[in-house]
Write a protein that binds this ligand. Structure first.
Ligand SMILES: NC(=O)c1ccc[n+]([C@@H]2O[C@H](COP(=O)([O-])OP(=O)(O)OC[C@H]3O[C@@H](n4cnc5c(N)ncnc54)[C@H](O)[C@@H]3O)[C@@H](O)[C@H]2O)c1
Length: 315
């Protein structure tokens, strides 16, 4: 794949890994990011240190809410594909800052779609979230055809963006692939996520709070997610929604036990009820990803955690 690709949210956790992977394959990459203040800009700058050394990469400090700047960039660079990952992230803060989530995740996504229309791109890949499913799932996990019932403003904005993408795809005949990610973790992990917070707290002997009883997450390693994104980019076909998850949910308490072994320290754990908006379980059914992308998660939680902890120690 040597074609030009534009990545929104390029400086973020998932975005920066996607950028690195595309560059390694010889693809020219245009990164868009506004370095939103949700977490430290220095982290996001660090994520792109290697990419910025590569002549195939250019970084554009643009806010996707700024339609005219976004459209003019996309028209100028005429990418083959857009990978849209920029978003206001995190479930809990979305209750306090709902308007901002709507602005970036819904209106910003509509701007990305408008830019795609004006520049004649061939395919759009959108990073959505398992949170759109809400609380219910069958014994083999959430299927893409399951009813969606979001329980947080964040999840509502991701689902709305999916729906805008669906309408756009059918109206303008643009292939769009929606990928629903399930709790992604690994090097460059977002610092607000449990995986990072637990690793940090255990390492420093600080207390950690576990929310809910038996809360389970389908932790999915970053390299597997990036592999799924690249496979999707290479297969533009109509409008599709595909889960990318590990298909092996584990309790958050088990996660803490595994981290304790790797870090060789005991965790100081306290318990609190599940906050509003947090779902008790995430669990991906990945049959669709296997069938449409030939994708399967390959990284066991143990191996992924080892890589995460090694990265954390060097960070
Ligand atoms: N990390 C996960 O477990 C996970 C799970 C499900 C879905 N997702 C989705 O994957 C995508 C990437 O998430 P991430 O974990 O890498 O988060 P991240 O916060 O590390 O990356 C998002 C990037 O988007 C940028 N951004 C935010 N608002 C912007 C705006 N208005 N204009 C331009 N750039 C903007 C941020 O500066 C950031 O660099 C998001 O769309 C998120 O909703 C992530």
């Amino acid at each position: 794949m040597k074609k030009r690709v534009l990545v929104t949210g390029a400086a973020g956790f998932i975005g920066s890994h996607v950028v690195d992977k595309l560059l390694a394959r010889g693809t020219a990459v245009f990164g868009v990011d506004n370095f939103s203040p949700y977490y430290a800009e220095t982290r996001k700058q660090e994520n792109l240190v290697e990419a910025l050394k590569n002549h195939l990469f250019s970084l554009h400090r643009i806010d996707i809410r700024d339609r005219s700047r976004l459209v003019s960039l996309v028209k100028k660079v005429r990418p083959w594909t857009i990978i849209h990952l920029a978003a206001e992230v995190g479930v809990r803060p979305s209750f306090e800052r709902t308007a901002e989530y709507i602005e970036t995740n819904i209106r910003g996504t509509q701007n990305v779609l408008a830019a795609a229309k004006e520049s004649g791109i061939k395919h759009l890949v959108f990073g959505s979230s398992s949170s759109v499913y809400g609380k219910r799932h069958g014994s083999s996990g959430f299927k893409e055809t399951d009813r969606t019932l979001p329980i947080s403003p964040y999840a509502v904005t991701k689902l709305s963006a999916e729906q805008l993408a669906r309408v756009h795809s059918s109206r303008y005949n643009l292939p769009i692939t929606v990928l629903r990610f399930f709790t992604v973790y690994g090097p460059r992990n977002r610092p607000d996520m449990a995986m990072y917070r637990f690793t940090e707290a255990i390492s420093r002997g600080k207390p950690i709070v576990l929310f809910g009883k038996g809360t389970k997450r389908d932790f999915t390693f970053i390299d597997d997610v990036v592999d799924g994104i690249i496979r999707a980019v290479e297969r533009p076909r109509g409008f599709r929604i595909i889960n990318l998850g590990n298909h092996k949910p584990v309790t958050v308490l088990n996660l803490v036990r595994l981290l304790e072994k790797l870090i060789v320290k005991r965790a100081l754990v306290s318990h609190q009820p599940l906050p509003p908006g947090d779902v008790p379980v995430t669990f991906a059914n990945v049959n669709q990803a296997k069938r449409l992308l030939g994708w399967e998660p390959r990284t066991s939680l143990k191996r992924g955690l080892r890589t995460l902890v090694e990265w954390y120690k060097k960070d």
